[in-house]
Design a protein around this ligand. Structure first.
Ligand SMILES: Nc1ncnc2c1ncn2[C@@H]1O[C@H](COP(=O)(O)OP(=O)(O)OP(=O)(O)O)[C@@H](O)[C@H]1O
Ligand SMILES: O=C(O)[C@H](O)COP(=O)(O)O
Length: 405
């Protein structure tokens, strides 16, 4: 059980600075609506309805990547879910941001610009150092309370997550509370039968880093996505390379090649790799190659093949618990949704304990008509969720706990 201060403990009529995690898939430059908006909107609505002045902070993407965008579009989506206006200011802590914060009335909501556009937010540093940044020192005096609702970013030592709780009374938001309860239950839970983890997505460095640590928790890993291709590359197949214009594989390969080789060497029996992969053929159709058919680095593989899904299904059916982290393919394109949806359907058919994690991956449940009720928990967290699986504590949460004592 957590020992956080929660929204129930806030003073009345407070000026509240709230950290949300609205990090979302970006298509054609625009954020795509997803569970994060819907869930965080509950916290924001509760605060606004209670008459607080609500100023939200959030990040989007990483500098240098295509998904590093302004939060202007996020404000509109959040407003729809909150059911009231969400003003936006394209500034993090400069004069414009300060003026917008000071102009707020009771019950009004404001979203500040992408925290990662502020130099003080990144890189990771100790909370004491982050608390001394101009970002934190400028904003903190404008508020009575700091609420952290961003469970899914709680593994990052960034200023908006670990700086403010040192200088303002700190509280957990509703998403923070519920995710914490569900995800730590996973680490505490004991299972009678096999525990399976489905590993995919694009953040291979994050998932590979914790696969080792999950040795005692997870009996077997079913791989796909970018991490899956890096394992296939380590096993000698000509996949998992960046083709022209790509930036997914080579850097993560350089960072993880030794870890991947050692996992394959020491836990090879627990690692299940795709036996076929899907790509887009010259007619724009989905086509598949078995591993034996791949002899050149010419195609971008966008999904595991249907043979792989058939091999993964029985492993899921006989599991006592299944954790999903990351999609097995580019499921946003229906042609390449076969792996991700196949695995989710197999989980939904069983009554095993199941958790689907990852902000992007959990979107597949709604997109393909699956019922959220068929899963034990659908987490909106990615990296924080896998760290919770290992029982690792998260710095932003430690600070919330410290604030409550
Ligand atoms: N082979 C592939 N090539 C390119 N992208 C892929 C591939 N396989 C999966 N993906 C992409 O991975 C994304 C999910 O990756 P990500 O690592 O962000 O996982 P997540 O756990 O859902 O998210 P987060 O950690 O951000 O909460 C999907 O949007 C999907 O399009
Ligand atoms: O989407 C996430 O998992 C969180 O927002 C953290 O994002 P990051 O991995 O870019 O820090």
């Amino acid at each position: 059980m957590s020992t956080f201060n929660t929204l129930d403990d806030l003073p009345t009529d407070a000026r509240v600075l709230v950290r949300l995690d609205l990090n979302s898939p970006i298509e054609d430059g625009e954020p795509q609506d997803n569970r994060r908006f819907e869930r965080h909107a509950r916290t924001v609505r509760e605060l606004a309805e209670a008459g607080h002045r609500v100023v939200c902070m959030a990040h989007q993407g990483r500098p240098g990547r295509d998904d590093f965008t302004s939060l202007a579009g996020h404000a509109s989506i959040l407003a729809e879910h909150v059911g009231r206006d969400v003003a936006f200011v394209a500034d993090t802590y400069g004069d414009e941001a300060v003026a917008a914060i000071e102009g707020l009335d009771a019950g009004e909501v404001l979203l500040l610009e992408n925290t990662r556009m502020c130099d003080d937010e990144l890189p990771e540093a100790a909370p004491e150092e982050k608390a001394e940044t101009a970002f934190v020192r400028t904003l903190a005096p404008l508020f009575d309370a700091y609420v952290n609702d961003a469970y899914s970013a709680a593994h990052r030592n960034h200023a908006s997550l670990v700086g403010f709780p040192l200088v303002l009374p700190a509280y957990a938001g509703r998403v923070m509370e519920s995710e914490y309860e569900a995800n730590t239950a996973i680490a505490r839970r004991e299972f009678d039968g096999p525990v399976t983890m489905v590993v995919g997505g694009t953040k291979a460095t994050d998932v590979i880093g914790v696969m080792d640590a999950l040795e005692g928790t997870v009996d077997r890993f079913l791989l796909g996505g970018v991490a899956g291709e890096l394992f296939l590359r380590a096993a000698g197949y000509p996949v998992g390379h960046d083709l022209e214009g790509m930036d997914l594989f080579d850097e993560q390969w350089a960072a993880n090649r030794e870890a991947v080789a050692s996992i394959l060497d020491e836990r090879g029996d627990a690692i299940h790799l795709a036996s076929d992969l899907a790509y887009e053929d010259s007619e724009g159709e989905r086509a598949e190659h078995t591993l034996a058919e791949i002899d050149e680095k010419t195609d971008a593989y966008l999904d595991v093949g249907s043979g792989t899904v058939e091999e993964y299904e029985p492993l899921i059916h006989e599991s006592d618990a299944v954790f999903v982290k990351g999609a097995l393919g580019v499921f946003e394109d229906e042609r390449f949704s076969v792996g991700t949806v196949g695995v989710l359907e197999a989980i939904a058919e069983t009554d095993c304990f199941s958790v689907v994690g990852g902000g992007d991956t959990s979107r597949a449940i709604g997109m393909y008509g699956l019922d959220e009720a068929d899963f034990s928990h659908v987490s909106i967290a990615g990296g924080a969720y896998i760290r919770a699986l290992t029982g690792e504590s998260l710095p932003a949460i430690e600070l919330l706990e410290a604030a409550a004592t």
